[in-house]
Design a protein around this ligand. Structure first.
Ligand SMILES: Nc1ncnc2c1ncn2[C@@H]1O[C@H](COP(=O)(O)OP(=O)(O)OP(=O)(O)O)[C@@H](O)[C@H]1O
Ligand SMILES: [Mg+2]
Length: 502
């Protein structure tokens, strides 16, 4: 490597959180003119090291250098001023204020005229920042709540790019984005590289990593394991590095015989949702079926999951739980009828961040661990430990707060919360988001097991490969209505499905 291009260097960097060693004497080098992929299983230290570089938290020991000088930013704003911008894995915006205020958070002073902050100047500059990254359709004067989660990620990108960084860190952002958002981010990353700046890209998506990166650095349990240059990129080798061991051949389910009974368990009849994103939609779901649901963003697929689980109000039509003959009234009722729901938006809907792993997981399985009004502690512990083991949730103890888990490990808690309940009908909305490939394989195996036990799974996903790999039948939504239906088959291609989505 051309050492003249070295822009960031860490020497013997360590980070401990109590008993957890998140980084163990890491020597990392980042170069200009390159997109460096940072890979490793969930909890390997990727977010920790990049957030230290960006000034969001201090290291426990070790040194950092940026452009040859000692580097020790004490806040994210200082990191950004020095030239390191980061798009974080979790929520990176402030609620209750406008998009423009988010973009210039902490820099309002720039727009002060005679002691008063000029709102219009700020909105104008923010709109320019958005236009610069190709998001002319987002209006900077709107409140941040007026746009969806994907667009909020793009607002973060606009904020980071407005400070003109020399190093851009993109932490596991692309999983939250649709194709359009992804293209925007890839374009910016390439632009930075061409301008001889540096990009650190964190992702669990092998195809995307192979396509975008010039080099990859592997972390495992807080140790830097190796460096790979583009000519050394080989999918199996990278996968092995990502999970720290050889992966079996099996990934998705292998059968194509499609054994689904005729028995209907859910009947969605002519439903129009309160949000208006689902229009006169009908479908029937069978016992023992894995029903895949796909489409572009805003097609209504996420609302469909909420509607079926009784989480979103419906204006017309009904959702009937056929075995009991009851119409689903709300989420509590759905749970009573043996249904479960893994939400896409894990921090807002699916987890209580300030509670422990134990409380989060056992909350959905209370009836498994209680005796009347009392929770049986030993039963609870065994129940939670079982989920932690099956999904290899990386934590110091089950009493640890969920808030401090790595992104992928949070997602495993959400999944574990419902899978342990033994639901008859499980709705999964992007269940494998941000999860490393090793655990993804374990989740697919669990889903397959559930199907074999006669349970019904509705799997909503933005990943076509996963839908094709797992579903017995696949429904594609477009503008709130059904655009296509595909049966499980070896011949089914992504191309055919995309044709029907657009
Ligand atoms: N604030 C914190 N308090 C306690 N432990 C923490 C904290 N932040 C991170 N950790 C722990 O440090 C380790 C590394 O976490 P980190 O978030 O860097 O992983 P990651 O590689 O980004 O994983 P993922 O792919 O799941 O995002 C994990 O074991 C995590 O639980
Ligand atoms: Mg992370």
């Amino acid at each position: 490597m051309n050492e003249d291009k070295l822009i960031i260097e860490t020497r013997q960097l360590c980070k401990n959180f109590g008993p957890t060693i998140a980084l163990n004497h890491v020597d990392l080098k980042i170069y200009r003119g390159q997109i460096t992929g940072l890979i490793g299983e969930n909890g390997s230290g990727k977010s920790t090291i990049t957030s230290i570089l960006a000034g969001m938290q201090p290291a426990s020991s070790g040194e950092m250098f940026f452009k040859g000088k000692p580097h020790k930013p004490s806040t994210m704003i200082e990191g950004a001023a020095l030239g390191i911008g980061m798009i974080v894995q979790e929520q990176g915006y402030v609620s209750g204020i406008s998009i423009a205020q988010n973009i210039f958070l902490g820099e309002e002073g720039r727009f002060r005229r005679h002691g008063i902050i000029s709102r219009s100047a700020m909105v104008k500059a923010a709109q320019e920042a958005l236009n610069n990254i190709g998001c002319n359709d987002i209006d900077a004067s709107w409140y941040i709540e007026q746009i969806d989660l994907q667009d909020r990620k793009l607002v973060e990108l606009a904020r980071v790019m407005a400070s003109n960084p020399e190093v851009l860190v993109v932490d596991e952002t692309t999983t939250a984005l649709s194709q359009r958002g992804r293209s925007i981010i890839y374009d910016i990353m390439r632009r930075m590289r061409d301008e001889d700046k540096a990009v650190i890209f964190i992702s669990h998506d092998l195809d995307e990593l192979m396509e975008v990166c010039d080099r990859m650095v592997v972390l495992r349990d807080g140790n830097l394991i190796t460096d790979l240059d583009k000519p050394e990129f080989e999918p199996n080798l990278i996968k092995r590095h990502m999970v720290g061991r050889d992966m079996g051949e099996k990934y998705y389910r292998e059968d194509y015989d499609g054994t689904v009974s005729d028995e209907v368990v859910l009947d969605v009849d002519n439903v129009t949702s309160g949000s208006g994103l689902l229009i006169n939609f009908s479908m029937q779901v069978h016992k023992g079926e894995i029903l895949g649901i796909g489409g572009l963003s805003h097609c209504g697929m996420h609302e469909l999951g909420k509607v079926v689980f009784g989480e979103e109000k419906i204006l017309t039509g009904s959702v009937t739980h056929v075995p009991s003959g009851q119409k689903i009234r709300d989420a509590r009722h759905a749970i009573k009828l043996g249904m479960g729901y893994v939400s896409k938006d894990r921090d807002h809907e699916a987890l209580v961040l300030s509670a422990s792993i134990r409380d989060n997981i056992s909350s959905a399985g209370l009836d498994k661990i209680n005796d009347g009004p009392f929770i049986l502690p030993n039963k609870e512990k065994a129940y939670v430990n079982q989920q932690v083991q099956t999904l290899s949730i990386k934590c110091a103890s089950i009493n640890q707060n969920v808030q401090y888990l790595s992104g992928g490990n949070k997602q495993k808690v959400v999944f574990g919360k419902w899978i342990g309940r033994d639901c008859d009908i499980l709705i999964l909305d992007c269940p494998t988001r941000g999860v490393d490939v090793g655990v993804k394989a374990a989740m697919y195996a669990l889903i397959d097991d559930m199907k074999r036990q006669g349970k019904t799974i509705i799997m909503i996903s933005e990943e076509l490969a996963e839908l094709i790999g797992m579903a017995d039948r696949l429904l594609i939504l477009k503008d709130g209505s059904l655009a296509g239906e595909f049966q499980r088959s070896r011949q089914l291609t992504e191309h055919e499905i995309i044709e029907c989505m657009i």
